[in-house]
Ligand binder design. Structure first.
Ligand SMILES: [Zn+2]
Ligand SMILES: [Zn+2]
Length: 264
């Protein structure tokens, strides 16, 4: 069984065929899907989806794009939502995005720290989003690591999702005890550099995700992604690490269960 650790099935992209998408994932051996939220409304939708489908778990949080909307009331309302359900397994996705800059940097940092503290209080892991202003820049990742170090004990219970940093950033994340996840973008023809970084990740720290509807695999680029395509990622990871698909499946599923406290 595979665990999809990051999909956005609450998005309108799935409004017409959500049940089919979930069934195709199950048929492809994706037994658990963590639906990750981008905003407050999405957090409620994720919890609702997790109530409707046994295989869906929820992560609740607000994307750094919408950090400007995060107030103490938002945090309180998320806290109420999270504690109302036993299927919320993480706070996310939260972090810093200096690429699109849809919220001012300082507001992103302030909101991120609020989420780190919420995760600590509720004893939940974090699903982290981090995007630099441009390749080679390190401001966002530097501030993200600093915020984690200042507010949490090591090992930090978190996954750096859609990892896009270099080997130095990878080392900092691994030193903090974090998990790393890659999306189907490692299958892209022009992703040679990312595949090099992937090779430096110990399989015991690796998680699988699609970030659907985004980042459909090579051969389907530009189309809507879906959790069933996790198989393409599994194949690419197995090839690049030189470890059998069965072994990558077994270990990454174990990793996801450990991080998110899923016991089935
Ligand atoms: Zn993200
Ligand atoms: Zn995402």
């Amino acid at each position: 069984m595979l665990i999809e650790t990051h999909a956005h099935l609450d998005f309108p992209d799935y409004k017409d065929d959500r049940d089919d998408v979930i069934r195709r994932a199950n048929d492809a051996g994706v037994g658990i899907i963590i639906n990750v939220s981008s905003n407050l409304k999405g957090s409620f939708s994720s919890v609702e989806l997790s109530r409707q489908h046994d295989c869906i778990y929820a992560a609740c949080g607000i994307h750094p794009h919408d950090a400007k909307d995060v107030t103490d009331e938002t945090i309180q309302s998320l806290k109420g939502l999270i504690t109302s359900s036993d299927k919320v397994v993480a706070i996310g996705e939260v972090g810093l995005d200096f690429y699109r800059n849809l919220s001012p940097h300082q507001l992103q940092i302030d909101a991120f720290v609020k989420f780190i503290r919420l995760a600590k209080e509720l004893k939940l892991p974090l699903i982290l989003h981090c995007r630099e202003e441009a390749p080679g820049k390190k401001e966002a990742s530097g501030l993200l690591i600093k915020s984690l170090r200042e507010n949490l004990d090591i090992p930090v219970r978190a996954v750096m999702h859609c990892f896009s940093g270099d080997e130095e950033m990878l080392k900092q994340c691994l030193d903090l005890g974090m998990y790393i996840s890659f999306t189907c973008n490692v299958t892209f023809k022009n992703a040679a550099k990312l595949r090099e970084v992937l090779k430096a990740v110990p399989v015991e720290r690796l998680l699988l995700e699609t970030d659907a509807p985004f980042l459909a695999p090579e051969g389907k680029r530009g189309q809507r992604n879906e959790p069933a395509y996790l198989r393409y990622l599994l194949e690419a990871i197995s090839e690049n690490l030189g470890i059998s698909k069965d072994e990558v499946e077994r270990i990454t599923t174990e990793n996801a269960k450990n991080l998110f406290g899923i016991r089935i």
